[in-house]
Design a binder for this molecule. Structure first.
Ligand SMILES: [Zn+2]
Length: 343
């Protein structure tokens, strides 16, 4: 039985029993009390540049995404800049494969240089990995005994990073998640006098079934085996914090978690445990494809579903969201929440 000293229930003053709903009654009220923000500057758009122009064209499974010639990459960069995006993340798709990648290729260095020159305000981040270049499609080089040669792999990452930074990249992103590569890239950059060049590390990359459309786009599907020997078991979350700690100690300026939507718990834990770190999250190709495939069938509403997904990643604690939907999202007015298209 209620007594005089009990605190009032939240609904006690309203004859209609209204409580938190009062602050949801109009777009202006909802805007006022919104607790997370998402702006174009938080988003990074991946771009794929091909060496062989005949391979340019739509990417299977990735709505509105194309493999680009150098000219088209510059056009996409101009668009990203006009929309105020945080930046673009550039992946090279070479025409030829090799067991021991020595270079990112003239085509990619040219794309970097042209983006730098023609869209100077756009932040240009470049991917540093070996899988698009190796004939076996793995993120490492193999030694004569058939096992990964980690030292040679680290040297190759360092070489590619220095080359890309020299061409005009403003941030390099070693993505192989192979032990020691972040430190190797930091060391190579510093030795080349590029002490100012920031590194975004793929610190937590779960071995995932959600990378398929990306691998098709980057032509980087492993020819044998899988990547579970260097990427993280999706069952693990505490290990992710150890990976982040290691990468920060090796000189990472930004740490990344992926796949973002499937690791919102990891993003939230990282935000809590590394409050001063800048955290990026990659909304990966399979996550993007699932949404767009459902939207094509009219099972979900595309703009609101994309909007909600990107907010979820931000809400979990990511400072930066890398998504194939960056240009799309920034091109539309924000869908008003709690109206048509939502439940
Ligand atoms: Zn790779």
């Amino acid at each position: 039985m209620a007594c005089e000293n009990d605190p009032p229930t939240p609904f006690a003053s309203s004859p209609f029993g209204m409580g938190p709903m009062r602050l949801r009654r109009s777009p202006a009220l909802r805007r006022l009390v919104r607790q997370t923000n998402l702006l174009p500057r938080h988003l990074v758009q991946p771009l794929f540049v091909v060496e062989d122009a005949t391979l340019a064209g739509p990417i299977d499974g990735l709505r509105d995404q194309r493999r680009l010639t150098v000219d088209q990459a510059v056009e996409a960069g101009v668009r990203a800049q006009r929309l105020g995006l945080g930046g673009v993340l550039l992946f090279g798709v070479p025409a030829n494969k090799t067991p021991h990648p020595e270079t990112s290729g003239d085509f990619l260095l040219k794309a970097i240089a042209r983006l730098r020159a023609e869209v100077p305000e756009l932040l240009l981040i470049t991917d540093v990995c070996l899988c698009p270049y190796t004939e076996h499609g793995h993120c490492c080089v193999y030694g004569g005994d058939g096992s990964p040669d980690l030292e040679a792999t680290r040297r190759a990452y360092g070489r590619l990073a220095v080359e890309q930074a020299g061409a005009g990249a403003q941030m390099v992103a070693p993505s192989g998640m192979i032990d020691g590569t972040v430190g190797a890239v930091r060391g190579a950059l510093d030795a080349a006098g590029m002490v100012h060049m920031p590194i975004m590390a793929y610190s937590v990359k779960h071995a995932s079934g959600l990378y398929g459309p990306f691998r098709g786009a980057a032509n980087s599907t492993p020819g044998f085996g899988d990547r579970r020997w260097h990427q993280m078991d999706p069952a693990n979350a505490r290990e992710a914090l150890a990976e982040i700690e290691l990468d920060l100690a090796q000189g990472a300026d930004i740490v990344m978690v992926k796949p973002a939507v499937h690791a919102l718990d990891v993003i939230a834990s990282a935000r809590r445990d590394f409050p001063r770190a800048t955290i990026a999250a990659y909304h990966v190709s399979g996550e993007f494809s699932m949404l767009s495939a459902a939207a094509e069938r009219r099972w979900v509403d595309w703009p609101t579903a994309l909007h909600e997904t990107l907010y979820a990643i931000r809400r979990a604690g990511a400072d930066i969201v890398i998504t194939y939907g960056a240009i799309d999202w920034a091109s539309r007015p924000e869908p008003e929440q709690n109206c048509s298209g939502t439940t």
